[in-house]
Ligand binder design. Structure first.
Ligand code: NAD
Length: 447
């Protein structure tokens, strides 16, 4: 089938390349001419496993091309996926829908009858219905469906090729049939397909993200209680996660969530619920958000204690800049928020990340960066582990102890092997665990 994918950022590039790979003819469209030129040359706009190879393959097959012209897109295909950004409004919690609206307004005058517009962007419930009316004012016999995107950065290509479910919110059998044809290779593999109305599909996405965010904040709230009670949140998480009704995933006490989705999605959900008169129903998400933000402050506070109560003049080595491993995305990165807060208090902070140094440098030019782990930790008074890249689990703590000024580590992701680090002489701290003091060995504000 012929498709356009409008907005070739994280979601759009992956979707366009995957759709081309399963046999469709795809035209990717973006207003960013530089991005379009770079994509046409096969350069992926983001670091994502398998994406560069996929782009090279599908561009070479000529099933994937790129343009900046919506008009060209409307002549090319009758099915159009919208993948533009829906960030948080600068002056509020709600989603900024200006990019989605601009696409629809740009596309509508060129649409031929029978066209299907499929939203993949995460939007407030009711958006598909509103856009449908907007299009109906200028175009004849077109439908707006919603097909939320569930890919996870870091495994985006695999998630698109092998999704856990496909959700489509449609108002007609025709739209349902088109989407079933598009996703046929996945459906043949037994991927569950949920046909809903558009409002339910829009809500599935924000409800999923709200649930995940709540699970993360739940275990972080428990970690705070564990610290107060002298209990161990990691063991607690394992034990409660063994209950099959709860499950172990997303139950890792630590620095909390960030990125371009969970924080803004839960805020937009509360704003939309308020508009709908259902504010109380999701008021708990405000607390989820607060718990999450608190983890960043708590990490800074604990780090300050561990260097003796003041950051001024202290050297801090930071492991991780991306908001999560497997990605070079630093949007609302908890790691960089912590690094920057510590720098502002007068510490000399040097950040390492295996993939996100360029994006981090652009977003946070005030921070210093290092190309390798020893350089980031050179002469450090404290090392902070802030993004759980697998590379950091492979660090030799004995070797790293020789480059730092004091072997003290705060594993804010609760992901490193405590015993191995302690055996190598490190003072090891992690959220949700009792503060252990090592008299005579390291600076420890708790002692
Ligand atoms: P992004 O910022 O990486 O990409 C958005 C792209 O849209 C940019 O390339 C931008 O130039 C382009 N664009 C903006 N206005 C345009 C217009 N009028 N015409 C054409 N192109 C335009 O965003 P993203 O991370 O890919 O997210 C897109 C949507 O998908 C958001 O609603 C997001 O919440 C949702 N989502 C994201 C993820 C994720 O992991 N990134 C996962 C699921 C859902």
């Amino acid at each position: 089938m012929r498709l356009t994918v409008i907005g070739t950022g994280y979601v759009g590039t992956v979707h366009a390349a995957c759709m081309a790979d399963i046999g469709h003819e795809v035209l990717g469209i973006d207003i960013d001419a530089e991005r379009v030129a770079s994509l046409a040359a096969g350069r992926a706009p983001v670091h994502e496993a398998g994406l560069s190879e996929l782009l090279a393959r599908t561009i070479a097959s000529r099933r994937l091309r790129f343009t900046t012209s919506l008009a060209q897109g409307s002549h090319f295909a009758r099915t159009h996926f919208i993948c533009v950004g829906t960030p948080q409004l600068k002056d509020g919690k709600a989603a900024d829908l200006r990019h989605v609206d601009a696409v629809v307004d740009g596309l509508a005058p060129h649409l031929s009858p029978g066209s299907l517009i499929v939203g993949k962007s995460t939007v407030p419930v009711g958006t598909a219905a509103r856009l449908g009316q907007r299009i109906a004012a200028v175009a004849h016999d077109c439908e707006v469906a919603w097909n939320p995107e569930f890919l996870r950065e870091g495994t985006a290509v695999d998630d698109t090729m092998h999704p856990e479910r496909i959700v489509v919110g449609v108002t007609s059998d025709r739209a349902d049939a088109v989407l079933r044809r598009i996703y046929q290779p996945m459906l043949r593999n037994g991927v569950p397909y949920f046909r809903t109305d558009p409002a339910t599909a829009e809500l599935v996405k924000v409800a999923s993200n709200s649930f995940l965010a709540s699970k993360i904040s739940f275990i972080n709230a428990m970690a705070e209680v564990c610290e107060a009670a002298g209990a161990d949140a990691r063991l607690l998480a394992r034990a409660i996660g063994a209950d099959s009704r709860i499950g172990p995933l997303f139950l890792e006490p630590g620095l909390g969530f960030g990125g371009s989705c969970l924080p803004k999605d839960i805020r937009a959900f509360t704003a939309r619920a308020e508009e709908l008169g259902a504010r109380e129903a999701v008021a708990f998400l405000n607390e989820v958000d607060r718990i999450n933000t608190r983890q960043r402050h708590r990490t800074v506070d604990l780090a300050r204690r561990l260097v003796g109560g003041e950051f001024t003049g202290r050297r801090i080595g930071v492991l991780g800049a991306a908001f999560k491993p497997g990605s070079d995305d630093v949007r609302d990165s908890p790691a960089l928020a912590v690094a920057e807060a510590i720098r502002k208090e007068g510490a000399l902070v040097r950040v390492h990340d295996p993939e996100a140094l360029d994006t981090a440098r652009t977003a946070w030019p005030e921070l210093a960066y290092a190309l390798d782990i020893p350089k980031a930790c050179e002469a450090a008074d404290l090392v902070l582990h802030l993004t759980a890249w697998p590379e950091y689990r492979r660090i030799d703590p004995v070797g790293l102890a020789t480059v730092v000024s004091r072997p003290a580590l705060l594993d804010a992701r609760n992901a490193l092997d405590e015993e191995a680090w302690r055996a190598a002489g490190w003072a090891f701290h992690a959220p949700g665990r009792p503060l252990r003091t090592e008299p005579g060995r390291v600076v420890d504000g708790a002692s």
